[in-house]
Write a protein that binds this ligand. Structure first.
Ligand code: GLC
Length: 438
């Protein structure tokens, strides 16, 4: 095995050859990545993986569209259009669109109790979409399709402002750990402890029958997750009532940084597909959100952190999301310090970027968002360091990501200590990241 993770003879541990396959100019892992997307294609939308996640997930699909765009642009547009079928009248693009029934996942549409066709969950996920759409446009140049999508993105970004920052303070609120996409991050431990464990919905977890329970959130986390779903259903999914009622209310540094990046991409799209008034409106949000994000800096941890909006306190836990202001183009003069922080983390693990600071006592190398490496987060952080002119950490993260995938396959997430693949296999967004890095 060489240092970059490819085996000397061109064959990796999971049986993928590292070299180009004869004649096509496409390497074996690249072919495999395309096959995974095709296999997870349910006729216009891509499931994150078979069984464990049998529906269309919001931010997964944004990454997956960028992956499709590397070899099949019409299919990339379709991914986005199918996700937008789930968009609500008020602008929310839900975390899950339940296009077709499946018994493999809990909580299904009956638990959410949302009135929408197709049925959906009732909460958002990190808004990567405008960034993805812009990239798909760059790859395909299909302006007619883009023009039809642009108003949906604008409507969605207005939803974030109205539903989650009605006071116009700058940061949008997150009301459920699932909204952050980093479900059981230790950053949520304190605010989540405020959520009762009692649920009215009977919990029938399916995830632990598909993968090892040690790699998934704990039972108690799940009870609190479902308590919040019960509560929001009682609020009839009304954003004002949800914001007021939720005992879990945080300004997630990840969601806010991803939104800021998406606002910048939407600003550019508005210049071509919108109006000057819309551009001006987006520019106001960019300024306000950027200034608010600056205040999430933690000098102690050397990166940005989330804030507990109920307790009005910073959440002093270093997580991979804390690097995402780089991806938002808003880390400014802090980028070199963040490179030093990454260096400190690199001294404690063999593969970057662990989802939780390895010096934190709550770091767990196998458990989901408590430590494992996630390829999509790596892609965003590498992009961020690159934009900030920090090319060495960007290159290190990209090469670690490629090495993890070529050694362990297209896993859901990876052990930062030994690089083993964890969680589900044949994951769509991991395949998409490979394609984006290839
Ligand atoms: C898990 C992850 C979330 C992802 C979903 C589907 O819930 O935490 O980020 O979107 O699985 O892959």
């Amino acid at each position: 095995m060489t240092d970059d993770g490819t085996a000397e003879d061109g064959m990796t541990e999971n049986g993928m050859t590292g070299g180009a396959s004869a004649g096509s100019g496409v390497t074996e892992p690249t072919e495999r990545a395309r096959t995974i997307l095709r296999e997870n294609d349910r006729g216009g939308y891509t499931v994150p993986t078979a069984r464990l996640y049998p529906f269309q997930w919001n931010w997964d699909s944004a990454f997956v569209a960028m992956g499709w765009a590397t070899f099949d642009a019409p299919r990339a547009w379709q991914e986005i259009e199918r996700l937008l079928r789930g968009q609500w009248e008020d602008g929310l693009i839900p975390q899950i669109v339940f296009h077709a029934p499946s018994d493999d996942y809990f909580p299904g549409p009956d638990v959410w109790g949302v009135q929408h066709d197709p049925s959906t969950s009732g909460i958002p996920q990190p808004p990567v979409l405008a960034t993805a759409v812009r990239r798909v446009l760059d790859a395909s140049g299909d302006e007619a399709r883009m023009a039809a999508i642009y108003p949906h993105l604008l409507h969605n970004h207005r939803w974030w402002e109205n539903a989650r920052d009605p006071g116009r303070r700058g940061l949008v609120a997150t009301l459920h750990p699932w909204e952050t996409g980093m479900d059981n991050s230790p950053a949520w431990d304190t605010p989540l402890a405020r959520v009762p464990t009692a649920t009215r919905t009977a919990i029938r977890r399916r995830d632990t029958s598909h993968v090892d329970a040690a790699m998934r959130p704990r039972a108690e986390d799940y009870q609190r997750f479902i308590h919040l779903v019960d509560l929001f259903r009682d609020c009839a999914w009304d954003p004002v009532r949800m914001l007021a009622a939720s005992p879990f209310r945080v300004a997630d540094v990840g969601t806010n940084a991803i939104l800021l990046r998406a606002e910048r991409d939407l600003f550019d799209l508005a210049g071509r597909f919108g109006t000057p008034a819309e551009q001006a409106e987006i520019a106001v949000r960019i300024e306000r959100l950027g200034a608010a994000l600056d205040r999430l800096w933690s000098a102690d941890l050397g990166l940005f952190i989330s804030q507990d909006l109920r307790a009005h306190t910073p959440i002093a836990v270093g997580t991979s999301a804390g690097f995402l202001p780089l991806y938002a183009g808003r880390a400014g003069a802090r980028a070199p310090q963040m490179a030093v922080t990454l260096q400190r983390w690199a001294g404690r693990v063999s593969r970057l970027v662990p989802s939780t600071d390895p010096d934190d006592p709550r770091f767990e190398r196998l458990r989901y968002w408590c430590g494992p490496v996630w390829a999509v987060v790596n892609w965003m952080i590498a992009d961020g360091f690159q934009r900030a002119g920090e090319t060495a950490p960007a290159e290190r993260i990209r090469s670690d990501t490629r090495a993890l995938i070529s050694n362990a396959g297209f896993s859901e997430y990876f052990d930062p200590a030994d690089g083993n693949g964890l969680g589900g296999a044949n994951f769509s967004w991991t395949a998409a990241v490979w394609l984006m890095l290839a």
